[in-house]
Design a binder for this molecule. Structure first.
Ligand SMILES: [Ca+2]
Ligand SMILES: [Ca+2]
Ligand SMILES: [Ca+2]
Ligand SMILES: [Ca+2]
Length: 350
């Protein structure tokens, strides 16, 4: 064992003991990042608007799952009163405790933006995921308004496949004002849903849908122009996995002109049986795995089998300046995972 490996082992052991301490303190045993849609376009019309965004999974190459929305889009109520944003300017997603819980490690932020509506359209408003998401979340801002001003607002949700388990509110609390200052009137946050129905007066929080969901739609009541504006966005948890690019080699030098392939090991653990990885969904730096030479072995000698997948070097969407590369995919359950490791891109003389 060379010094690098033993240092690495020591570091891993320290990381592990930190993990166990954290595990003991929280009720969520699997480490995951909550990722929220970054909305990029939204248009409004009297027939119904349209918005598009991406749930970014690989933050190095900016790839993820496309999300579309068809329904009411309330852009602004006056030039000074901008509601829906797609340019990274929404200040509504706070304070953090309203959108964070033991299963949601981070709430939506300014970059994610928000889609506003107030129930002008009588029909359904529909969010479609390009591929099904396991247990997606909808973050809701300011559903209804405080008592005495207008009636509370009711949302009735539908999904594909149909909602069979009652919806759950998994985070809630007070909400920022539009300018980002804390906080508006209702401090108790979203009330618990009744089946697929949520009613609230100025409620804020996160609603969880159970299952592998490909679209979510909702109707708004009261459906009339004097309705009260509210906003939403969509998120999902992405499990962290540990990977080793070019196992046995460090730094992980990659020559992008190389005709061969890059092996990447995904580390198994007590929480991850690598046999449950849906290999057809795995993507490394923008390219799917090669169909041959997938090896299962215990790369790091911790007793848990690891899997080594291979990726064509010339297909990698990396550039000279990248210092990190990520793998992502799905488990057979539909749970998304992601893991990154350092890379050293070999300089090519032109
Ligand atoms: Ca955006
Ligand atoms: Ca409101
Ligand atoms: Ca390596
Ligand atoms: Ca192992």
């Amino acid at each position: 064992m060379n010094i690098n490996v033993s240092n690495k082992l020591g570091k891993n052991l320290r990381t592990l003991s930190c993990l166990f301490i954290t595990l003991a303190l929280t009720s969520s045993p699997i480490f995951a990042q909550t990722e929220w849609v970054d909305w990029s376009t939204a248009i409004s019309s009297s027939e119904g608007g349209h918005a598009e965004g991406v749930l970014e999974i690989d933050k190095v190459i900016h790839q993820g799952i496309d999300i579309t929305y068809d329904g009411e889009v309330l852009l602004s109520e006056s030039p000074d009163y901008v509601l829906t944003t797609t340019n990274g300017a929404s200040k509504i997603w706070g304070p953090p405790q309203s959108f964070v819980s033991n299963e949601i490690n981070i709430g939506p932020n300014e970059q994610n933006d928000a889609i506003f509506l107030k129930g002008v359209l009588p029909g359904e408003n529909k969010i479609t995921f390009k591929k099904p998401l396991l247990n997606p979340y909808i973050a809701i801002y300011s559903l209804g308004t405080y008592p005495g001003v207008t009636a509370p607002v009711t949302l009735t949700f539908f999904s594909t496949p149909s909602i069979t388990s009652p919806l759950k509110v998994v985070a809630k609390g007070p909400a920022n004002r539009l300018d980002g200052t804390c906080c508006q009137y209702n401090s108790h946050g979203l009330q618990d849903p009744i089946g697929n129905i949520i009613t609230d007066d100025e409620g804020n929080g996160v609603v969880k849908f159970l299952g592998r969901i490909s679209d979510i739609s909702f109707t708004v009541d009261p459906s009339w122009d004097a309705g009260e504006s509210f906003a939403f966005t969509v998120g999902v948890n992405i499990r962290d996995v540990s990977i080793d690019i070019k196992p046995g080699s460090d730094p992980n030098a990659i020559n992008l002109k190389n005709m061969g392939n890059v092996p990447v090991a995904i580390m198994g653990s007590s929480e991850l049986d690598v046999a449950t990885i849906n290999q057809d969904t795995v993507n490394f730096a923008g390219t799917p795995k090669k169909s041959i030479r997938n090896v299962t072995s215990d790369v790091n000698g911790d007793g848990f089998p690891d899997i080594i997948l291979h990726f064509l070097t010339q297909k990698l969407q990396l550039s000279q300046t990248d210092t990190k590369a990520c793998i992502s995919g799905e488990l057979q359950s539909g749970e998304l995972f992601q893991g990154c490791d350092t890379v050293k891109i070999v300089k090519i003389n032109k």
